[in-house]
Design a protein around this ligand. Sequence first.
Ligand SMILES: *Cc1c(COP(=O)(O)O)cnc(C)c1O
Length: 410
Amino acid sequence: MNNSKYIYLDNAATTPMDPRVIEEVSKHFRETYGNSSSLHSVGQKAGQILLKSRELIASVINVKRDDIFFTSSGTEADNIAIFGVALKNQNRGNHIITTSIEHHAVENPCKELEKRNFKVTFLPVDKYGIISIKELENAITKKTILISIMFANNEIGTIEPIKEIGTIAKKYNVIFHTDAVQAFGKVPIDVDDMNIDLLSASAHKLYGPKGVGMLYIRNKGIKEGWGKFIQPIMFGGGHERDMRPSTVNVPGIAGFTKAAELALEEMEQESQRQIKLRDKIIKWVTENIEDSYLNGHPTLRLPNNVNLGFKYIEGESIVLDLDIEGIATSTGSACSSKSLDPSHVLIGIGLKPEEAHGSLRVSLGRFTTEEDVKYFLEKLPVVIERLRKLSPLKKGVKYMFDKNSTDHQR
Ligand SMILES: *Cc1c(COP(=O)(O)O)cnc(C)c1O
């Protein structure tokens, strides 16, 4: 392993914390240790930081302060959204619509509800990973109580037609939840314009601390507000207005807020920068490495996501060999990378199991430089060639190197 540098290209699994966020969190770990529910001044101080954080993060996504509910993770926000709506509305109906490519934090709560007499439609996606609005509309019945469709996919980066989905949800008066954990802070989100009722986000995917998330819950303008269409799934000491009881992680939330502010401030510039790097990798690899292809949509994708398929070899081997070269990548979702099953997302976009096994996710981040990408593009073909030589599926592979490229002569 090259100890002199390690290049982290797995920002979709989690991100390193931004030093400015570490500063903010450390400050509050030192100073803001009170329980935000306590009456004394130490507790009140924590309560004020919490209030300020809620205000700031709400302003960042242009919603009301009281519509933000902090949670312990993106997974928890997804579970509250799905179980909370299902339980509250079970007298109205028992049908939920989602997609076949959701993160496990949405997929598995839906599967759990299926065991409890709910009916779930897992909408198929096209080869790019995009749902059909028509199929969504056709799937809605009188019993449909919830549509839960991710904003952007964590493996292939595809961005769903959220505004169109919101329009359909509104037309049929169905509650619309979106898991925006990958999209939040990377692409513009306007919950009003997009008719989003519930939105999940997580701090550690945007250079914030792990173990902090949030659920936006639209106050539908009715007297009971959110309490009318969602209920808590945990019961305890009344924090977060009973939606998510448990002593509030104020330092973590202050860090999440800082991270969200920075992400929004830098979004336009940063996404342009990452799109350039992203497209450079896609173009170079698909033009220069034989039998390689892009998974997901060429343009309707997150600025930081590259997902490539390589025939005849296994994604796991590529990840391990790149790691030896000092580069961190992934085969798909980190949560499932230890399982031997092919990714349900790659199967969902129509890949054969052996193709799904040959995929590599490269996710860029705020700290990824052009130099990093250059180094990656030097090492990747070497790794692919080495593995293909060993592959029982293909012997003696050649590469189509760009004759005009001096960067990558071998
Ligand atoms: C990471 C991720 C989650 C889970 O968030 P945690 O905070 O790690 O629980 C949920 N959905 C998507 C799309 C993700 O990428």
